[in-house]
Design a protein around this ligand. Structure first.
Ligand SMILES: Nc1ncnc2c1ncn2[C@@H]1O[C@H](COP(=O)(O)OP(=O)(O)OP(=O)(O)O)[C@@H](O)[C@H]1O
Length: 881
């Protein structure tokens, strides 16, 4: 029989329950505490940490009592240390420390406090009213766990054990506590430590390669590179042995692919062949023309490559070869004049190069009869859907510019750590490879005898990912529910910052980066006695936070990278995938993927920002419990070394590092019936999560209240004049809403087929997702639209259902969609608008119905209703937000 769980039905999320400031104990809480006691006897499913933690389920709260374990890497310089304390030190529960914090909070303007309290009250009221509304929406986060609350839970009627089971599943899915999540993911306290490795280096020396001795000298002295990496030696040899072929360079991230292709090209341009000695073939800029075009997917990577190229050319080797960049963001006119003077090697982003090819005649003149190399760095990104068209047009123009030439004259060089089947397919298109053969040069992990083959030959795995992540990289994943995500991110960063480490946090969209950046900046410091560092925000004087994404102005992006790379102490860079490819970010210890990437190849490139050139490095991937299958997909791609990181340890360690904050959490939200009974130390991590969540939510609301006040005052001053153009909401509130919406959109539009079903928006708990953006409830625009149409929709759907032939109602027609039930994924649209709407729509139907539902038929028909809604959604594409 089809159960509601099979339908992926989730209890409709309602506004989050947040502990109000100055919350008082009252009868309601007393009752809930009693219920919690009952729950203790009942079962294993536990409440989430961000609700008032009133359960006493010792099986899930007790922290394993082992001594703190310290795993130390052998070499201090090249390794990082991860200390995992399975047992947290009990907090010093001195009344003074908590009192102090309370005093601090009382420093807030009274009006603001009252306002926040009012909102909390309103929020609670709303929740209560929802419980008894027509919709019978189950509260998203009751103050006591639903399982525990006998009276709150609708009584299952006869023959409804199934509903009980559904309910338990629901709780286990969305309200599991850290210890339980750890148990499920198999996370242990002891964890892996990355050690530096020399596997990417070749046994050869620079001198053994046939490149000019002036160059090798400068590589050793100026670049301080003592020996070539394996891929560098192999690529130079391949260029030497196959002067007329196309080359595909495929090696793990950070293995030195940039020099691998630049060195042989410069050798050929400067000296006409491979030799340690020999005279340079000097030419004027006009005579030389443009010999090589290097395309990079981002401006940052292009300018990094240009810097390396300039340094190489100036190194007393081939000073007459003048490289230049055509990068989006620079002035066109200055680029034009540089092109006119003559650029021997051009490094460009596709858009800007195409623009010049179409508008700057002198560029076509410089290329004609001269161009020999077309390099696509990060080829898979350049050839994918986003940039593929532009790159194709570029190749077409370049080739038609030489139409009369009969001899093969242009060689393509593809570079990437991820050579997917689609890249191989595209590479075999004639437009890219001409008449020449491809030579595939593979990196250190390749099996012996595999180099020098043609594309399509000797593929290690079907997907070509196996040689892509550095061997020495220690990869972790953490399983965390949506409502604990934000607190867990902060907890993890607290540990890194404490150790003075540098971290890049990858997020899915520009809006999420903007929001977290502003939120961290606006929040008070986590550390005690860090009052001097107000301007630095959450991590105080211990770490600066930076942001980088595609919508940041170009000039600002350069500055951010410069400042981030220039910082010696701990720093955190919040970024989108704009810095995922090719960038050499200085001294990074960890990459964190807060939002899993759209494509597996992006996973490889993101983690590849650490553990470069054989150094040690770590990566962490955040996953919701519903996204666990993502690990299996990674496995099929040859990435199977992810160790589960303990959530409870992560929170507990942060709690130990920020004791006063955790104590405040205990006081504000964690007292409950167990205050003084349950060992506080066993839940310290959860108190940390509670408090950090509360602080963020208050920060957003406070900012909103102040902005509204400001606007009111400004409007008053203007009297009868037009109202001020100021937004009627705080910066943080606006950013939070944008971030939340963009998260949902991005979530539902994961591109790769292999992961699409894993990131189904229907598995999300929208209310909890809102909390991960420090919103107490999902944005009103999303909810009110839904409410407005809901009744109407329900009626229509019920009508449609009633008119259907009875035999189809619950008939599983062998995968057919005739009854509109068996293949929901096909029916639910994937588009931007619908994806968001889909989440809203499903909120209505995801709630498991328990006994006592007057409209029992409604529950049974939930799946049909869902489908009918999906059809309706399709019709309302443009109307959804
Ligand atoms: N022979 C070498 N010895 C030591 N370090 C090197 C050597 N060659 C390059 N490096 C350093 O290794 C780092 C990574 O180089 P590079 O950017 O070329 O890697 P990559 O393979 O292109 O990485 P990605 O796949 O991420 O683009 C750089 O900091 C570079 O200076």
């Amino acid at each position: 029989m089809t159960t509601l769980d099979d339908l992926n039905i989730v209890v409709a999320p309602v506004q989050a329950k947040v502990q109000p400031i100055n919350r008082k104990k009252n009868n309601k809480y007393e009752k809930r505490r009693r219920k919690a006691k009952i729950a203790k006897e009942e079962g294993n499913v536990s409440t989430a940490a961000t609700t008032a933690p009133t359960t006493t389920d010792s099986s899930t709260t007790t922290v394993t009592k082992t001594e703190p374990q310290k795993v130390t890497a052998p070499s201090k310089e090249n390794t990082h240390e991860i200390t995992v304390e399975e047992k947290t030190t009990p907090a010093e529960t001195t009344p003074n420390s908590t009192e102090k914090k309370v005093d601090d909070s009382s420093a807030e303007p009274k009006a603001v406090k009252e306002d926040i309290a009012k909102r909390d009250k309103h929020s609670r009221k709303k929740q209560d009213s929802t419980e008894i509304s027509d919709d019978k929406v189950t509260p998203e986060e009751p103050a006591v766990p639903l399982k525990a609350s006998r009276r709150n839970r609708p009584k299952p009627q006869e023959g409804t054990e199934e509903s009980e089971e559904d309910h338990a599943k629901y709780l286990a899915k969305y309200h599991a506590r850290p210890m339980e999540l750890d148990r499920r993911s198999g996370a242990r306290g002891v964890t892996r430590v990355s050690k530096a490795s020399s596997h990417i280096f070749d046994a050869q020396e620079w001198d053994s390669l046939n490149i000019n001795s002036r160059m090798t000298e400068s590589l050793k002295s100026r670049f301080e590179l003592s020996s070539p990496t394996g891929i560098q030696a192999k690529t130079i040899q391949t260029f030497q042995d196959n002067p007329e072929n196309n080359v595909l360079v495929h090696s793990e991230t950070g293995s030195g692919k940039t020099l691998a292709y630049l060195l042989p090209i410069l050798q050929l341009l400067g000296y006409g062949g491979f030799s340690k000695t020999g005279d340079a073939k000097k030419k004027t800029r006009k005579e030389l023309g443009t010999k090589c075009l290097i395309l990079c997917p981002t401006r940052e990577l292009a300018s990094q490559t240009l810097q390396v190229l300039e340094k190489l050319c100036q190194a007393n080797f081939a000073g007459w070869i003048v490289p230049g960049g055509l990068l989006g963001g620079d002035s066109r006119n200055s680029e034009k004049s540089r092109i006119r003077k003559g650029l021997g090697v051009i490094v460009a982003t596709p858009g800007r190069l195409l623009d010049h090819l179409q508008k700057t005649e002198s560029l076509l003149l410089n290329l004609k009869g001269k161009l020999e190399w077309l390099v696509l760095d990060e080829a898979d990104r350049l050839l994918d859907m986003g940039l593929g068209d532009q790159v194709r047009q570029i190749v077409q123009i370049v080739r038609s510019n030489e139409a009369s030439k009969s001899k093969a004259w242009l060689r393509s060089v593809l570079i990437s750590a991820t050579v997917t089947q689609s890249v191989q397919d595209l590479a075999s298109e004639r437009i890219l490879c001409g008449d020449q053969k491809w030579i595939w040069v593979k990196g250190a992990k390749s099996k012996p005898g595999q180099d020098g083959g043609a594309i399509g030959d000797n593929v290690e795995t079907d997907n070509g990912y196996s040689a892509s992540t550095p061997k020495q990289l220690a990869q972790f994943h953490i399983s965390v529910t949506a409502k604990l995500r934000l607190a867990t991110l902060v907890a993890f960063l607290v540990q890194r910052v404490k150790k003075g480490e540098r971290v890049v946090v990858f997020m899915g969209t520009c809006a999420t980066v903007d929001y977290h950046y502003e939120l961290f900046k606006a929040s008070e410091s986590l550390w005690e006695n860090d009052s001097d560092s107000d301007s630095y925000g959450l991590f105080g004087s211990k770490a600066r936070v930076f942001k980088l994404h595609g919508s940041v102005a170009h000039s600002r992006r350069n500055q951010v990278l410069k400042n981030f790379n220039g910082m010696k102490e701990s720093a955190i860079l919040l970024s989108t995938d704009v810095s995922a490819r090719g960038l050499n970010l200085k001294g990074i210890d960890w990459t964190v993927q807060y939002d899993p990437p759209c494509e597996i190849s992006d996973y490889v490139h993101r983690v590849g920002r650490v553990a470069r050139a054989g150094k040690a490095g770590h990566s962490l991937l955040f996953l919701l419990p519903s996204e666990r299958a993502y690990l299996d997909v990674l496995k099929t791609m040859g990435i199977d070394e992810l160790t589960p990181l303990s959530l409870s340890s992560t929170l507990n360690q942060a709690a130990s590092a920020c004791k006063s904050l955790s104590l405040e959490g205990m006081k504000n939200g964690g007292g409950g019936s167990n205050f003084g009974k349950e060992k506080p130390s066993s839940r310290l991590g959860e108190y940390f999560a509670i408090e950090i969540q509360r602080r963020f939510e208050d920060c957003v609301i406070k900012d909103d209240i102040e902005a509204k006040k400001d606007k009111k005052e400004k409007d008053k001053k203007r009297k009868r004049k037009k109202e001020s153009s100021m937004k009627n909401e705080g910066l943080l509130m606006g950013l939070a809403r944008d971030a939340f919406m963009s998260f949902l959109r991005a979530y539902s539009t994961k591109k790769e087929a292999a992961v699409r079903s894993i990131f189904s928006a229907r598995a999300l708990h929208v209310g909890h997702v809102a909390r991960s953006f420090a919103l107490k409830e999902p944005p009103k625009s999303l909810v009110s639209k839904h409410r407005q149409n809901k009744k109407e929709q329900e009626q229509e759907n019920m009508d449609a259902e009633a008119n259907k032939p009875k035999s189809l109602a619950f008939h599983s027609s062998g995968g057919s969609n005739a009854a509109g039930r068996d293949d929901e994924e096909d029916v639910i649209p994937e588009s931007y608008d619908n994806a968001v709407k889909e989440i809203e729509e499903t909120r209505v139907f995801k709630r498991p119905k328990f006994g006592g539902d007057k409209d029992g038929g409604k529950a049974r028909n939930a799946k049909s209703l869902l489908l009918a809604n999906a059809f309706k959604m399709q019709n309302n594409l443009m109307d959804s937000m």
